[in-house]
Design a protein around this ligand. Sequence first.
Ligand SMILES: [Zn+2]
Length: 216
Amino acid sequence: METTGLDGYRDRIIEIFMLSLSKRGEVEEYGTLINPERPLPEKITEITGLRDSDLAHAPAEREVAAEIREFVGHATPVAHNLSFDLRFLNSMFKRNNLLELVSGGIDTLSISRALFPKLCIYPQGGGSHRLSNLMYHFGLQDSYANSHRAKDDVMLLVEVFRCLQDYASGKSGISFPEAAIQGCPACGSAMYVEYQDGQTILSCKKQPSCAAKLVV
Ligand SMILES: [Zn+2]
């Protein structure tokens, strides 16, 4: 989802996209823009590319909250930083007298932190456990544009979730250099990935105070 800000209670959802995958393999999707009935902060337009004019004719949350609640139903939610999404959803449900979701579900951010305690930071990854960084980590960048719009993020999330599961179960056969997932061998900080002359170099995030550099 995209939102007007980070506060799950004061801010509002402006775009939501959900994909429902059943055990039998059926796929359903639901997506809508939502008019927050307030001006968008400039920063949000910068990040999402959405402008006030894009949302002016979108339904208000009171018009879509019930169908969003119905779509979620009793499914197990999966999201990257699930508690963020749950806060926004539940405050919207509450404002509209709908049943809130119980906390629980699958948080790919927690899984990533557990599997890769000090995940290295790729040049355009945006930060260690960001979904976009995981996209580079699993080499998905050619198939998944990192446009920061709700639908693209969900498509990427499904693929990252699959990669995390395969990695955790040992099915993927991928292995990563120790320092890329456990951090700097000298100080334990995450490392930056750089590409130089066809080589992949990991350098410590704490540089210059830590000068650790590895060619992997
Ligand atoms: Zn270091």
